[in-house]
Design a protein around this ligand. Sequence first.
Ligand code: PAF
Length: 287
Amino acid sequence: MKVAVNEQQLRAEIKKWKEEGLTIGLCPTMGFLHEGHASLMAASAASCDRTVASVFVNPTQFGPNEDLESYPRDFEADCRLLESKGVDLVFHPEPSDMYEDDFCTYVDVDVLSKTLCGESRPIHFRGVCTVITKFLNLVKPDRIFFGKKDAQQLAVVRRMVRDLNFDVEVVGCPIVREPDGLAKSSRNTYLNDKERQAALILYKSICLGIELVEAGERNSEVLKAGMLDKLAEEPMADVEYVEVVDGSSMQPVETFKEGDLVAMAVRIGTTRLIDNFTAGENDIKAG
Ligand code: PAF
């Protein structure tokens, strides 16, 4: 496995593969990798000749009071996991390699970026779309892989790719959960034992939402109320939102239908966690 730390090294490797006619999969990450990320690498390795993973904590997607500085980092452990998953090349630039001091060009997907997480993180998706655009231009992958835990990110990137005619297939991979149901996230490491236990309430609320849907409930307000009641059982849970939205536009819907998304953001202590489920997709089982 090779490591490229700047644009020149990355482009040199990509050029060779393109000349050989090989297909390329790209798995963008911010590092501190877990099995959720590993599933992206596995999906890429299964469908592409070469897999590139980026490990880059992207400063432009963090707001002023967010966890950019404290975001967990362990590049050596990441490399061990990436190598074991058959990744061919890791792109690990410094922020200064990605953003010149006078950088001022951003990609901003309107409408979809404003709801859900966009309400409390107004510049977040602009930062994500900007860095993904840069990665797409650098790597020119055939496929790019994202986890469905970040469902809004996936929808926003899909829309950007469609609207700006990027020649890449966007692949969404199922949420990977801990054996007890908590969705895997690098931010889970922020949780102390008590908070880790309390964080299970997200999964319990998601399970209740799925049960309600399976029992035939389609009214968004009723779904939300049930899930909020469940979240209220955990005193440490501070709910930012529970919303039912169209799976493509991320706009609220009154009646839940195939493809729609039920998403939540909840703070446990100072840690902000997200989770979701999509109508018609059975990727909820833990473990
Ligand atoms: O999901 C993430 O880890 C990040 O938002 C991404 C896609 C790597 C962009 O920085």
